[in-house]
Design a protein around this ligand. Structure first.
Ligand code: CO
Length: 291
């Protein structure tokens, strides 16, 4: 019996679906693209939301995200350009600089603001929400913050660059962010034109590729090439090996994976719990000043 197409190779992670980000406004009027957390893709366990923002028009971002609460999950802010000032109600504050990451575990609750520090120029980055398991939703808030210089970049043959924010690559490059609850892999991959990138992902993880720039090509289960452009997200099938190719202009993408929690999800704005009663409790606690 002859086998050819990749659907006969359960170890290959192919593109199972493509979702296009949609325009959204959040915070005090920040224009962004919502990729996960929209009708076409409410979530990809354990990922609850992915926002992309890129603008050099201050009107699109200057209003920022004034003080607001979170409970029950993690917010991950990765900046490519511009500066974002962060402050919370526990006295933790700082500035996320270009190339830097802030992995914030909101846990039982924080109130924070995320405000562009610049008056002009390009602001570009991403915010990803990563769920926490029921047992850890009420943990104490915590931060993992790393400037660009603390994030390793693996350079491969043909000039492919892999910035490793979380997790470990097949070559052993380890990112600074550690989260044993979901074992996330968070890679920023840059491919020169016409190159092929292959990576081995943890087998049970849900994974996706989000195109930042250029054209990213990946095969679906029938072996047909799927082309991703800015704001396209490809959900990858389960398996291990993912192969991404770049078009003639090169490509840059996020390759992100995490272990699914397989728990009920109850969402209410900035709170993500397991039951509606827990979400109501979060609103009550916030109103009572308990965060
Ligand atoms: Co926030």
């Amino acid at each position: 019996m002859q086998q050819s197409a990749s659907h006969d190779r359960p170890d290959i992670r192919s593109v199972s679906r493509v979702v296009r980000g949609m325009p959204a406004t959040d915070g005090a009027g920040v224009e962004l693209t919502r990729v996960i957390g929209q009708p076409a893709m409410p979530m990809l366990d354990p990922f609850l939301l992915l926002d992309a923002f890129r603008s050099d028009r201050p009107d699109d971002y200057i209003a920022g995200f004034p003080p607001h609460p979170h409970r029950g999950f993690e917010t991950v802010t990765y900046l490519l350009a511009g500066r974002m000032q962060h402050k919370d109600n526990a006295g933790h504050e700082g500035v996320i600089e270009p190339g830097g990451i802030q992995w914030m575990t909101a846990g039982r609750g924080i109130v924070h603001s995320e405000m562009p520090q610049q008056q002009a120029g390009l602001l570009e980055g991403f915010q990803l929400w990563v769920n926490l398991p029921a047992k850890h939703k009420m943990d104490a808030p915590a931060y993992q913050e790393h400037a660009v210089g603390a994030i390793p970049v693996e350079t491969r043959d043909s000039g492919i660059r892999v910035k490793v924010i979380a997790g470990v690559t097949q070559n052993g490059t380890r990112g600074p962010v550690v989260q044993p609850l979901t074992e996330p892999l968070y890679l920023d991959v840059e491919l020169p034109p016409g190159q092929v990138f292959t990576e081995r992902l943890p087998v049970g993880h849900n994974a996706f590729c989000y195109a930042i720039d250029g054209q990213v090509l990946a095969d679906d289960a029938d072996g047909n090439a799927v082309t991703l452009q800015r704001d396209d997200l490809a959900v990858l099938s389960h398996g291990t090996l993912v192969t991404l190719r770049s078009g003639g202009l090169g490509a840059r993408c996020l390759l992100i994976a995490g272990r699914p929690l397989n728990e009920p999800v109850a969402r209410g704005g900035p709170f993500v719990m397991n039951t509606k009663a827990e979400v109501r409790q979060a609103y009550d606690d916030y109103a009572a000043g308990l965060f």
